[in-house]
Design a protein around this ligand. Structure first.
Ligand code: PBG
Length: 328
């Protein structure tokens, strides 16, 4: 009697490139990508950020060209961060219409010319001299409800500057409901809110803190989440959705794909994942040493985030990814 082989042969569909392409479950596209951009008030030409190879500090002019390039590449959106030349205890430059971030928003919206979505980071950490995401109480703790007032002012300034989506990244309780109410009363009911819903107190933000020249002493563990907590990530997303978030985000991405998958299963709004600076720079640093294939690693990371359930991926590799996707 001849030996009987396996009945099920999943390898059959892996036999050729056309077969693999036909049965592929996850098909990332440039439209899902958001490129973070750093605008620096004190630079007069683009300056490479050492801890993030391929990423630079931008002037308002170079911001405009980069937005144009991103739009031409078919990227879905840009997320703006800004480094002001002056910081103070309350982060007052954040709500100043002439503040660098608000000027950058107006510039990016003009450069985008309706071709992509302009998002702005709504958080005080780049603007405070102590580096925390909010204002401090007399004992040095971050004062949740006083910070909400500041976020409301900042949101109005960003909406007036023309931002399409505000990225609430400060992890204050009630920030979505507060900002939504302030915007609605002022007539900005069409300005969308992307909530950094499950944002973990992560070591992977290291290069970003370098990029924004953060003055932070200590850590953000009293407001960002404990990396050990998955269920709480779901709770945060649920609260933000109930408060009126239009999009909820999980951040960082790859170490938290379980949270991405659960949030995607439970949410009825689009889900974003942020492949943060440390995740990006790990790939870049290893690729520089020849230890991994940069293109393949970035594409695999992107595919994993989409496969886990994110509709939107924020990544510093967005421009390269868009080019690679168009060749694939
Ligand atoms: C806070 C903010 C941070 C990042 C995005 N928004 C830093 C932090 O929480 O310390 C990190 C992004 C990254 O690491 O790429 N405004």
């Amino acid at each position: 009697m001849t030996a009987i082989g396996p009945q099920r042969r999943p390898r059959r569909l892996r036999a050729s490139a056309p077969l693999r392409r036909l049965v592929r479950e996850t098909r990332p596209s440039a439209a899902a990508l958001v490129l973070p951009i750093f605008v620096h008030e004190s630079v007069t030409q683009t300056q490479p950020i050492e801890s993030m190879p391929g990423v630079s500090h931008h002037t308002l002019d170079s911001l405009a060209s980069l937005v144009d390039e991103a739009a031409a590449a078919g990227i879905g959106g840009v997320m703006l961060f800004a480094i002001p030349s002056q910081r103070d205890a309350t982060g007052s430059a954040a709500a100043d219409p002439d503040g660098i971030l608000n000027r950058a928003i107006a510039r990016a919206v003009a450069a985008a010319d309706g071709r992509l979505v302009v998002m702005a980071d709504l958080c005080l950490d780049e603007f405070t001299d102590h580096g925390h995401c909010g204002v401090l109480d007399e004992r040095g703790g971050v004062d949740n409800d006083a910070t909400l007032e500041a976020y409301g002012e900042m949101a109005l300034a960003q909406a007036r500057a023309g931002a399409h989506v505000l990225g609430l990244s400060g992890m204050m309780d009630g920030q979505v409901a507060h900002v939504r109410a302030v915007l609605d009363v002022a007539g900005y009911m069409d300005t969308s809110l992307l909530a950094y819903a499950a944002k973990y107190a992560s070591a992977f933000y290291g290069p970003f803190r370098d990029a924004v020249q953060s003055d932070l002493q200590g850590d953000r563990k009293t407001y960002q989440m404990d990396p050990a907590n998955g269920r709480e990530g779901l709770l945060e997303a649920e609260i933000d959705e109930a408060e009126g978030a239009d999009i909820v985000m999980v951040k960082p991405a790859l170490p938290y794909l379980d949270v991405v998958a659960e949030v995607a299963a439970a949410s009825r709004v689009p889900v974003a994942a942020y492949h943060v600076s440390g995740e990006y720079s790990q790939i870049e640093a290893a690729a520089q040493r020849g230890w991994l294939d940069r293109r393949a690693a970035h594409l695999e990371a992107l595919t994993s985030m989409i496969r886990a359930g994110s509709d939107i991926v924020v990544t510093y590799a967005a421009l390269d990814l868009a080019a690679w996707l168009s060749e694939n």
